[in-house]
Design a protein around this ligand. Structure first.
Ligand code: GTP
Ligand code: SPV
Ligand code: MN
Length: 592
């Protein structure tokens, strides 16, 4: 497929180590994809679903011990430990190559090595970057065909001498004890072994488009962020674009595809999805910040997705979709998950592959779920009913607002606005959220998750904050920066804010602020809306509830300040002084 000597030499080297029986290039053709689907079904790796109800759809189950990203087994291997920083796990690159080479050695014996040439971003466009993933998993190939732009076009764009990110993945024994997801940002290289789950093995996604790309972005003066991108269209046709960074399983896909409440829809407001997980941001020649979504599909959380919460996501999954770790409905050979509807199938198989009796389901005991809480759909962006017309625009879209957010039962108000780019970067640095099932480990524990990037920054966190601050000085017309929290709860633990489509009401306030159309109250943490400026028409919520959602409890904020101080200390000596100054100023305002 190529004369690129760097590519050929690297493949030879990796094949000499992994020893596959065969090497197959993925050309991006439908014929080849169809052959691979048939092969995966013949071995049981995938199950072909009801083609009348779900054309082009398949089901896959990962190993029971392999259902989420594994942050404690994810490493950044820079030559100097300081460059990876205290928040990342680090291994010496030489030692890591040696250790993992032993695991890769002969791991593809009797198997096929697939060569996936892929582009993050529109193939051949100025901001796109190319990767090649070598893998022994058909599931990975078929997912990458949906999530990225794959095939001969990419090889052509790479040319005889082009550079690329080298990704190597082997399933090996799916051995948890020897599972490693490692990044060598200085070598443009990613190695992943002993996993078959999404974020660990679809190397274009978190590994490349965030960890490696964030490293490149700092070097080259742009940003790679864990952000959705959406366009909000006004009745006069004007569209304003927003990026939002929420931690994993905290609502990016949902917000990116939201359906406006009837009140707005009737007036002609619309929301368009440009991306649901990753944004690459650059300063445009007009001095604004521009965003592209480097992906080509969605790897979305299935549980909770339904006709009411996210009809666009549900519609997107009705064709050409791979479902992972959901319930197999044997009644009609379709799929089901908790929160899809109130009719769990009578005859069903759970995500582990065992017969499943929905009557034994206990909401409080996650182990009784039919679908894994981190079960996912892999679906094509072009199948999304609200995909933006700018989705394939290589220039991307100009960003009016950046929104940070997390899952906070208390402390964080529904929305507030930072006072400047610098203060906004600080707001990002102090983000916190309750952990979710998207990563292995305890769920529901509050942890600091700066910019929703804690697991995804490919270098030192303090340097990353310095890069945010530096970018602020390079954007003549920077977006305004906000923080939201859809997850405040009452004393019984119920969410107070209705969320989902109604989040548009908050986005409207945010864009009104960007346009200078609405006033706000200044508080110690930033600008807060006047309660009556959050539109509640058609909502079963009182003005008092909005007031409650906007309250700032000084004691819990002061407790948070102490927690932030400890976190900054943990991040280490590269935390910019500016962040410490911002923190001290916040504390002083809270105490005043
Ligand atoms: P990743 O793909 O892991 O990065 O997740 P994500 O940020 O795209 O999260 P997603 O939109 O898939 O939402 C995850 C979970 O949060 C789902 O169970 C949703 O039902 C729930 N959720 C999303 N938006 C809201 C909201 O506005 N309010 C409430 N209460 N829950 C929400
Ligand atoms: C996340 O965990 O933030 C995801 C899913 O988007 S994964 O691709 O597994 O990282
Ligand atoms: Mn994500």
């Amino acid at each position: 497929m190529t004369n690129n000597k760097k590519v050929l030499a690297w493949i030879d080297e990796m094949a000499a180590m992994t020893k596959p029986d065969k090497i197959v290039w993925i050309d991006g053709s439908e014929e080849q994809a169809e052959q691979l689907r048939a092969e995966a079904c013949s071995t049981g790796e995938m199950i072909k679903l009801n083609q009348e109800l779900l054309p082009g759809c398949y089901l896959h189950r990962t190993a029971v011990n392999d259902v989420a990203r594994v942050e404690d087994r994810t490493f950044i291997c820079t030559r100097k430990k300081e460059d990876a920083g205290n928040i990342n796990n680090w291994m010496d690159p030489k030692e890591c190559y040696k250790k993992l080479s032993a695991l890769f050695e002969g791991s593809m014996k009797g198997r096929t090595m697939y060569v996936i040439p892929y582009s993050m971003g529109v193939v051949g466009s100025e901001f796109a970057k190319i990767g090649i993933e070598l893998t022994d998993s058909i599931y990975v190939v078929l997912n990458m065909l949906i999530m990225t732009r794959v095939g001969t076009e990419v090889v052509k764009a790479l040319g005889d001498d082009g550079d690329f990110v080298k990704g190597l993945h082997a399933r090996a024994d799916i051995d948890e004890q020897n599972r490693y997801i490692v990044h060598f940002p200085e070598d443009n290289t990613i190695w992943s072994v002993n996993s078959g789950y999404g974020g660990n093995v679809l190397l274009g996604k978190k590994c490349f488009a965030l960890r490696i790309a964030s490293y490149l972005g700092r070097k080259e003066g742009w940003m790679a962020e864990h952000m959705l991108i959406l366009g909000l269209e006004y009745p006069d046709g004007d569209i304003k674009y927003i990026c939002a960074a929420f931690p994993s399983a905290c609502g990016k896909t949902n917000l990116a595809m939201l359906i406006p409440p009837e009140f707005y829809a009737k007036k002609g407001y619309k929301v368009w999805c440009v991306g649901d997980d990753i944004a690459w941001l650059r300063v445009g020649s007009d001095g604004r910040l521009w965003a592209v979504n480097p992906e080509n599909g969605f790897f979305g959380v299935a549980p909770g997705t339904n006709e009411k919460s996210n009809p666009n996501a549900l519609a997107t999954t009705k064709r050409d979709t791979i479902f992972t770790n959901v319930v197999h409905n044997l009644e009609n050979n379709t799929v089901w998950w908790e929160g899809l509807d109130k009719n769990p199938p009578e005859k069903a198989v759970d995500w582990k592959g065992n017969p499943w009796d929905y009557r034994k389901y206990d909401k409080k005991d996650k182990s009784t779920c039919g679908a894994h809480p981190n079960s996912r759909f892999t679906a094509k962006a072009i199948n999304c009913p609200c995909i933006s017309s700018e989705f394939n625009n290589p220039a991307g879209v100009p960003i009016s607002a950046i929104v940070f957010g997390g899952r906070r039962a208390k402390t964080a108000p529904l929305v507030y606005q930072s006072t400047s780019w610098q203060n906004g970067a600080f707001v990002g640095s102090i983000m916190a959220s309750e952990t979710t099932a998207a990563a292995a480990g305890a769920v529901g524990v509050v942890r600091r998750d700066p910019m929703a990037m804690r697991p995804f920054v490919g270098y030192d966190m303090g340097d990353y904050w310095a890069h945010w601050l530096a970018m602020g000085t390079k954007i003549p017309h920077p977006p305004k920066i906000f923080h939201v929290n859809w997850f405040r709860t009452d004393d019984e633990g119920n969410f107070i804010w209705p969320g989902f489509g109604d989040n548009m009401r908050v986005l409207m306030w945010i864009l009104d602020r960007c346009a200078g159309k609405v006033d706000a109250d200044i508080t110690p943490i930033g600008y807060i809306p006047k309660a009556e400026d959050i539109n509640i028409e058609g909502l079963d919520i009182s003005l008092d509830t909005i007031k409650e959602l906007l309250t700032i409890d000084k004691d819990s904020w002061l407790a948070d300040v102490e927690n932030i101080k400890a976190f900054y200390k943990q991040v280490g000596d590269r935390v910019p002084q500016t962040m410490y100054d911002e923190l001290a100023a916040l504390e002083a305002r809270l105490k005043a």
